[in-house]
Design a protein around this ligand. Structure first.
Ligand SMILES: Cc1cc2nc3c(=O)[nH]c(=O)nc-3n(C[C@H](O)[C@H](O)[C@H](O)COP(=O)(O)O)c2cc1C
Length: 349
């Protein structure tokens, strides 16, 4: 059986040290949203159909008009060299080995070009934070475009950093050079977070969408009216996300925010969701509720921390095997055919 590392494992904290472990595992405030991201999947029941021929299964989906063999996407996560010496090269190799779409964080400790090399022909998107110094953001977009990233994921839930008490306690510093500051000294997360442009508005999104030369996906939308504005602003996709519980505590879990957003804009743009995904049946539930794909964050990161590229790959392989098994047991051999008839509310336990 594949290891299922979790954030509370003592040995993981010993492996990474309290600063990096707290940064990766932690959430905002009392970490209620962090916990609810996991609980929300468990509140949803699956309704299997019996006596369906499930001898052949298809996990495929379509994202930005391109066929994908399955709906699992590796989420953008910052500073991965603090999880393992391979850093982003390890998680990218795991994504390439499992045909998973990879999203590189703009807070990467490996250059976008080197990650593109590790991915080879595998699909990749680039995540962008818009910084007060716009030239820094525009340079990153240019580098991503040159390295063959196919879409720009603009994260819109980070005008300022969430209230993260673990980082305040440990004083975690990013010791590795980052793409933004390749030869600079180690920076505290507070210094890095201060670069974000808190004055960003919908008009700026239009400017980046025009300049990007690639489709734009907005990450961090939780309200249907914002989803409608995203569509009006020309977004090709929306990631329904609370940033892994790291920004505003007590927001809805992504999967709980998804249904009204599907009602508002479903069918007009691609919809992705994240937060707390650790099981193939979580992915099936997201698709049944109307998502086209699912991002997986910490679950992959713990695999990377434990076992480098192989560890991250094992996590992704198990998730995909669980999804395949779920399709069979649900009596829905084609992931595209999952719909609301396969899910309901769990009333107990
Ligand atoms: C350590 C860490 C770093 C992250 N860095 C970024 C980032 O640089 N950009 C971004 O858009 N989201 C970032 N996120 C949020 C993830 O992309 C994703 O939304 C979240 O991790 C999903 O929740 P999960 O970790 O429970 O799967 C980060 C998350 C974690 C855990």
């Amino acid at each position: 059986m594949t290891e299922r590392p979790g954030p509370d494992d003592r040995d993981l904290e010993a492996l990474l040290g309290p600063g990096a472990h707290g940064y990766f595992a932690g959430g905002a405030g009392d970490e209620l949203t962090l916990r609810d991201n996991h609980d929300a999947w468990r509140r949803i029941a699956l309704h299997p159909r019996v006596l369906v021929d499930v001898s052949e299964r298809d996990l495929g989906t379509t994202l930005l008009g391109r066929h994908r063999p399955h709906p699992v996407v590796v989420a953008p996560m910052a500073y991965q060299k603090h999880a393992h010496e391979l850093g982003e090269l390890g998680s990218a190799a795991a994504a390439a080995a499992t045909d998973s779409l990879y999203v590189l964080s703009s807070q990467t400790t490996t250059s976008p070009a080197a990650v593109a090399d590790a991915l080879g022909p595998s699909d990749r998107w680039f995540q962008l934070y818009v910084f007060t110094d716009r030239a820094v953001s525009h340079d990153l977009v240019a580098e991503a475009r040159e390295s063959g990233y196919e879409a720009l994921v603009i994260t819109v839930d980070f005008p300022v950093a969430g209230w993260r008490e673990r980082d305040r306690r440990t004083g975690f510093k990013v010791e590795h050079p980052i793409a933004l500051n390749p030869s600079g000294p180690p920076l505290t997360t507070e210094q890095l977070f201060a670069m974000h442009d808190a004055s960003l508005t919908w008009d700026d999104i239009g400017e980046f969408a025009d300049a990007a030369g690639m489709p734009v996906v907005l990450k961090g939308v939780l309200r249907p009216d914002d989803a409608e504005r995203a569509v009006d602003a020309g977004a090709a996709g929306i990631i329904v996300s609370n940033h892994g519980g790291r920004q505003l505590d007590t927001t809805l879990a992504g999967v709980d925010a998804l249904p009204p957003i599907v009602d508002a804009v479903g069918g007009s743009v691609d919809l992705l969701v994240d937060g707390g995904v650790t099981r193939g049946w979580d992915v099936a539930k997201a698709l049944a509720l109307g998502a086209d794909a699912v991002l997986v964050g910490r679950h992959v990161l713990w695999g990377l921390a434990r076992g480098g590229a192989d560890g991250a790959e094992a996590v992704l392989r198990q998730l995909l095997a669980e999804l395949d098994s779920t399709l069979a047991l649900l009596g829905c051999p084609n992931a595209r055919d999952l719909d609301l008839s396969y899910v309901g509310r769990r009333t107990a336990g």
